[in-house]
Design a protein around this ligand. Structure first.
Ligand code: OGA
Ligand code: FE
Length: 290
């Protein structure tokens, strides 16, 4: 087995909070029922149009510490729809876009191949976030997202294949299994606004609300989520830069696997007053099996 799949070494503070707590209680922002098709903008919307339409429905939920389960190998992309992997990047300075392109993305592609056993991996976007300096108006440095969502839908998932492969290859690859995976890495240890991840098996079809994501040149589709008390939430306390999360955001396979999940940043009650800003990089990749 590849070393990248090994459990990460125990954190020096493994006996202390928040590691030792089995769960935290926190508020997550769902979508309130009644919004037929919410719209989110990725750039400053025209005058009079909100950045995000639809009413939020904040709900207090229990978010389980996923570390004990992950340590026992109990968490996987195909079961819960997310996974945790120990992996240090060769890149340390994520302020240089050229180095991200030349060092980080090829490394991430290799990691995704190893973990999934895929024959081909196509990374189609990446996003840097900073809770102190980022903003939703800045495509080069965004802020964390405090809304429960999934990045693709049953409509926009297959569309990504046609967007990023030439027509012949797309037609051929669409015949076989493919997935879209988000690889999420903190750039420093997460002290605030960690990512909450929903067990795919606890999501019901009625929870999903297709949502427009408006780019300058096209409109994508994501899922917003209605509250559902059955949702089972997890997080990895104080995730470090040498650990990554993988999120299944689409799978063409219809049976026996998680087809997508849901995620959101949340205000963590364990956050210290002097917490460092949350800085992270995520990328989305098409993953094709032969
Ligand atoms: C993502 C995402 C939000 C965040 O990686 O798709 O929604 O706060 N991230 O990091
Ligand atoms: Fe997302």
């Amino acid at each position: 087995m590849s070393t990248v799949l090994a459990a990460p070494p125990a954190h020096p503070d493994a006996q202390a909070l928040p590691f030792a707590a089995p769960s935290v209680e926190a508020e997550l922002n769902y979508l309130a029922p009644g919004t037929v098709r919410p719209v989110n903008y990725t750039f400053e919307p025209p005058a009079g149009i909100p950045w995000s339409s639809g009413t939020l429905d904040p709900r207090r939920v229990t978010i389980h510490n996923a570390r004990p389960l992950a340590q026992n190998g109990g968490i996987s992309l195909d079961k819960q729809g997310f996974q945790h992997v120990a992996h240090a990047s060769a890149l340390h300075d994520f302020s240089d876009e050229a180095q991200i392109r030349d060092v980080y993305l090829p490394e991430a592609e290799a990691l995704l191949r190893t973990i999934t056993g895929a024959a081909k991996v196509v990374i189609f976007d990446h996003t840097l976030r900073d809770s102190a300096r980022g903003s939703r108006a800045n495509a080069a440095l965004r802020e964390p997202v405090r809304r429960v969502h999934n990045d693709q839908t049953f409509v926009s998932g297959p569309r990504r294949v046609r967007d990023h492969l030439d027509a012949d290859e797309a037609a051929q690859r669409l015949q076989r299994r493919f997935a879209i995976i988000n690889l999420w890495r903190p750039l420093n240890e997460v002290e605030q606004l960690p990512l909450a991840l929903c067990d795919a098996r606890s999501i019901a079809p009625d929870d999903l609300v297709p949502t427009d994501l408006v780019y300058r040149d096209k409109t994508g589709e994501t899922y917003s989520f209605l509250a559902n008390a059955r949702h089972r939430w997890f997080y990895f306390p104080r995730l470090r830069a040498d650990e990554v999360l993988l999120l299944k955001i689409y799978d063409s396979r219809e049976e026996g696997t998680a087809r997508f999940t849901a995620h959101t940043a949340f205000d963590d009650p364990h956050t210290p007053d002097d917490a460092a800003p949350r800085r992270s990089i995520e990328l989305r990749a098409l993953v094709f099996w032969d």
